[in-house]
Design a protein. Sequence first.
Length: 154
Amino acid sequence: MTISNLADIRRTLPPGHRLIGLDPGSKTIGLALSDVSLMIASPMGALKRSKLTANAAELAKMIYKLNIGGLVVGLPLSMDGTVGPAAQAARDWARDLADVLGIPVAMWDERLSSAAVNRFLIEEADMSRGKRANVVDSMAAAYMLQSALDATRT
């Protein structure tokens, strides 16, 4: 399966299905879930990053249990908008994940999502570094997914 356009995924998503947002990092994969109306993204934890087949198996359970119709994977573009090594690795991982899971996958620019979440947690929530580490991946995934939902709303 190839990387899809998010607008196309939304248009063909069966009623009652959701999207899951993935923010793949080197150690964890932040997770976020949309509501069935595709209006709101909520953080839902993180997976420990491991081999693709192990992560795909965990995601497959979620896809079945939560009625997921598509994935939105964060694309870490360079600040100038170019595709660097991290973005290419994320694309390759997303394409491989789509092949294994057989579900549509779209990429979404996630530049500065972790920075925005960290800034919020420091300034607004006055959260310590240790506590931030436990929530930042999931919140960054929700931030990215919410941006994608807002930008593709019809």
